[in-house]
Design a protein around this ligand. Structure first.
Ligand SMILES: *Cc1c(COP(=O)(O)O)cnc(C)c1O
Length: 411
């Protein structure tokens, strides 16, 4: 039985296995797992060499699966990186980072040099913006923002010095979608490297590297970890960028702990069932919200009629539990009273865990070119919240939201 699945000779004519099957088998090389199902947690800084011949030979090989020194990982980290590569079509390899933000920094520092210009979607995750306006600027790299829904605005901004574009789709606070294939095509035509923060959809919902994106980054802290107990990030790329991405990560001393890698690998096994459940619950809850008189707009890409839904239906194969909505009228205070009245939603950052979360939506400080409130929403309807729907029963979550809406109206 030992590693039977992985050992079996692969017939090149076999049809590719479904994503559920791949999620179960991914990264489980028999030489890493031994006789058990999961790779053990290899806590290791020093790797010992058998003799001086192997010590001399060691540094020549810089690849996962070769023992060298703890900073290059050991089987627990290798298994996770390989598993992520196996579920990311078009990837030659995956680099792990201690957080999603570190993965974004790792990708940007791989492809940008002093004097370059970085373009970024204006609805990008706030720490990505801060990185552009702080870290990148300090290294002589200029960041310019564009409306992600406007491909021609992007093309107009491209100049000789533009060397990379950072996309996020949908924007993880206000949920606008962009036409990733069109933007990636426009970038590639000009020799601009496209990087997509694909944390929202994951490889299950959007196969970025097959749609023209050069480097796909993700916060594994969210869906893949899935249990709000570990932080990690990843960047995957085809052969053109993987080697330099990996080398730069090693230059920067990036390494993840084997304990965290084991937790994230455990989360990966159930990623598909969790995403399916969260997506169906989010759809049910967002459809219910869209019928409520207290709600001005629901921003849930999976919901027909929601902004960006057409792009989502065209490009995505799945969704998740993260969406936002705006109240009809009210104030920041009434919005806060709604949040305080919720009993099943924790107030906190992050998302994609098994438990539901809520945060206020206040994008104004984090925008340069996009108007807020969005088109079709009046100024008085600008207050909203973002929900991360977990694995609770959707009927209970709806009852909780309804109770909070009633309480907010009574205040
Ligand atoms: C949370 C998040 C990140 C950063 O991930 P961390 O693991 O928290 O550093 C990056 N991008 C998006 C879209 C996120 O939501």
């Amino acid at each position: 039985m030992l590693g039977r699945m992985a050992d079996k000779k692969k017939n090149p004519d076999d049809p590719p296995k479904g994503i559920g099957t791949r999620l179960v088998a991914a990264g489980r090389r028999p030489e890493w797992t031994g006789p058990v199902v999961n790779p053990p947690v290899w806590r290791a800084s020093t790797h010992l060499y058998e003799d001086m011949a192997s010590h001399r030979d060691g540094p020549r090989h810089n690849e996962d699966g070769r023992f060298f020194y703890g900073r290059r990982g050991a089987p627990t980290q290798w298994a996770l990186a390989e598993a992520l590569t196996q579920i990311e079509p078009g990837a030659a390899g995956t680099v792990l980072y201690p957080s999603g933000v570190a993965a974004i920094a790792g990708a940007l520092l791989t492809v940008l040099r002093p004097g370059d210009v970085l373009l970024m979607t204006d609805n990008a995750y706030d720490p990505s913006r801060t990185m552009g306006l702080g870290l990148m600027r300090d290294f002589g790299i200029e960041t310019r923002f564009f409306d992600p829904r406007d491909v021609s605005a992007f093309e107009a901004l491209c100049c000789e010095r533009t060397k990379a574009v950072l996309l996020e789709c949908p924007g993880s606070l206000t949920m606008e979608l962009c036409d990733v294939p069109a933007l990636a095509r426009a970038a590639r035509k000009r020799g601009i490297v496209s990087i997509l923060d694909n944390t929202w959809a994951s490889a299950l919902g959007f196969t970025a590297l097959t749609r023209g994106v050069d480097i796909v980054v993700s916060s594994l802290t969210k869906h893949v970890g899935g249990h709000s107990d570990a932080m990690m990030g990843a960047a995957s790329a085809g052969s053109k960028f993987y080697a330099t991405l990996r080398k730069r990560a090693q230059n920067l001393g990036q390494v993840v702990s084997p304990d965290d890698a084991a937790l994230v690998l455990r989360g990966l096994r159930t990623l598909q069932v969790r995403l399916e459940r969260e997506t169906s619950s989010a759809l049910e809850i967002s459809a219910w919200l869209s019928q409520r008189p207290e709600i001005a707009q629901v921003m849930c890409p999976m919901l027909p009629g929601s902004p960006g839904h057409q792009i989502w239906a065209r490009d995505f194969t799945g969704g998740c539990g993260l969406f936002s909505f705006l109240f009809k009228g009210g104030t920041a205070l009434s919005r806060d009273s709604f949040i305080d009245a919720l009993e099943l939603f924790g107030i906190g950052y992050s998302w994609g865990g098994f438990e539901s979360l809520v945060v206020p939506v206040d994008p104004v400080p984090y925008r340069s070119v996009m108007a807020w409130p969005p088109k079709g929403v009046t100024r008085k309807d600008r207050f909203g919240v973002r929900l991360s729907i977990g694995l609770e029963d959707p009927a209970d979550l709806i009852a909780d939201i309804e109770r909070a809406l009633v309480k907010m109206a009574a205040n």
